[in-house]
Ligand binder design. Structure first.
Ligand code: 5AD
Ligand code: SF4
Length: 477
């Protein structure tokens, strides 16, 4: 038998890319590829790229430069593929700019990877010209991509992403997504549930449903009837073994009553909601074509909080959008003060080719963007620290995900995605336990498991672990 070929995938950008990288790995496993941890060691290198901001997009070129250098040093030439959103946006340009690239493949064509690799191999021996595949094919890639093996699922741990929706029809003026990922497409409920069932059988206890605009999900059930996101979530919480569900990323306009009611009615739906607002200024929100004002955001937050009092919010912000004045920025700071976030991502506006905002008047100098982001991040960091500090002494369930730094430690995740360090036996990974938080630091918190009981995600105690934990004295984070 021939040696298995080795695959190295490096992903940049959002969770969508993390998921896609796994699906590419699963697909190529069927072709005899095994994963390896370094590019140098690999026969095939895939860079799974992000185009959302200039900095993210440029990373692929520095990575390609590094790769070229190491190829020269080792005197070995691997096949190099560029996948993801830069591949979609720049296509053949990538091959012009980086001659080491054999293959450029957009996010909708991953199911064609084996045949594209075979074509690139053939061409490689004749003439060096890259292959570019950036069509939006009519067939659904998910129907053709191989499912992960049980071993692959187990290796990835008890949490998993599942893409349920791709693309975006909202056309915010700053954003490349409608161009790189195309129009909104939702996967059918039965396909998603089947995938979740398989993950649960492999030990997954928490799924995060992902999509660029996930709360606009509009799939179909087996009878062809429309199903929205709350309907999908209700189907998923029925899957045995699934103890927790999250979804990301959302648009404030699509937080409808039924979805809010799901937060009230479904204990499995975690009380942590990522709801990007981008700006607190109505003038800027209009220029961004966000299709809502700050008042709608406040109202939505209030309604969700009324339905699920322990919910916490995170958000995305852009500072320095064209034409943003000091007053507009003050409105953003004011919105943050009023809402109080438990986490957030904030970015300096980055003009993206082909988007309306890139050619708007009033582009701001870098120093202004830097000053504003500094002030905003300081405020958001303070709010996160306050939220975390308020958890001291609280009791809640954590999902034990992995080993901690020190022997005997495991790390679990709180409902609000905080890491909690506890003392617990390694077999408890993949179970849930109730903890009381003892210490909170900037990076993590530590706690003690109460009652010595672990749960298996079906509401049943995982009996084989009962009583087997050591009593923790002081847990070091
Ligand atoms: N510049 C800066 N940030 C951006 N985002 C999207 N496009 C841009 C851009 N051109 C941010 C938004 C979005 C997150 C994923 O990235 O905040 O919610
Ligand atoms: Fe980046 Fe957007 Fe593509 Fe995700 S979908 S990788 S954030 S450009």
């Amino acid at each position: 038998m021939s040696e298995p070929r080795k695959l190295y995938i490096k992903s940049f950008g959002c969770q969508m890319n993390v998921y896609d990288a796994q699906r590419m790995t699963d697909q190529l496993a069927h072709e005899g590829y095994v994963e390896t941890q370094t590019a140098e060691d690999a026969d095939l290198v895939i860079l799974n790229t992000c185009h959302i901001r200039e900095k993210a997009a440029e990373k692929v070129y520095s990575e390609l430069g590094r790769l070229r250098k190491s190829q020269d040093e080792l005197g070995r030439r691997q096949m190099v593929a560029v996948a993801g959103c830069v591949a979609q946006a720049e296509g053949a340009e990538i091959i012009k700019r980086a001659r080491s690239v054999d293959l450029v493949v957009g996010p909708q064509s991953y199911h064609k990877l084996p045949e594209l690799i075979a074509q690139a191999e053939l061409r490689g021996s004749n003439r060096r010209a890259g292959i570019v595949e950036t069509e939006f094919p009519v067939e659904d890639k998910f129907d053709h991509l191989a499912a992960p093996s049980r071993a692959a699922i187990a290796k990835r741990g008890p949490t998993a992403f599942v893409t349920v929706q791709e693309g975006c029809d909202k056309f915010c003026t700053f954003c490349v997504v409608p161009y790189t990922r195309g129009a909104e497409v939702s996967r059918p409920v039965a396909k998603i549930v089947e995938e979740v069932r398989r993950l649960a059988d492999g030990g997954v206890r928490e799924v995060t449903l992902i999509g660029q605009n996930v709360n606009a999900y509009h799939g179909e059930d087996a009878a062809g009837r429309p199903v929205n996101l709350p309907g999908l979530i209700r189907a998923i919480v029925e899957v045995p073994g699934i103890a927790r569900v999250r979804y990301t990323t959302s648009h404030p306009r699509d937080m409808d009553e039924e979805l809010i009611a799901a937060h009230r009615d479904l204990p499995q739906l975690m009380p942590y909601l990522h709801l990007p607002v981008q700006s607190g200024s109505n003038r800027i929100l209009a220029a961004m074509n966000r299709k809502h004002d700050r008042e709608l955001f406040f109202e939505t937050v209030e309604r969700v909080r009324a339905a699920r009092p322990d919910i916490a919010f995170s958000s995305d912000f852009i500072v320095g959008f064209p034409g943003e004045t000091d007053e507009d920025f003050a409105d953003t700071m004011d919105l943050v003060e009023k809402v109080r976030f438990a986490g957030a991502f904030s970015f300096k506006y980055s003009p993206r080719p082909g988007t309306p905002a890139a050619t708007m008047a009033g582009q701001l100098p870098e120093e202004v963007k830097s000053q504003r982001i500094y002030a905003l991040q300081a405020l958001l960091d303070r709010q996160k620290a306050e939220f975390d500090a308020a958890c001291r002494g609280r009791r809640f369930d954590i999902l034990l995900e992995k080993h901690g730094k020190l022997p005997g430690q495991l790390i679990g995740r709180s409902p609000w995605l905080q890491s909690v360090v506890v003392l617990a036996p390694p077999e408890a990974i993949g179970t849930l336990a109730t903890v009381e938080v003892r210490e909170v630091s900037t990076k993590s918190m530590s706690g003690q498991i109460l009652g010595g009981e672990f749960f298996d995600g079906r509401g049943e105690p995982a009996a084989r672990f009962m009583g087997s934990i050591g009593q923790s004295e002081k847990v070091e984070a």
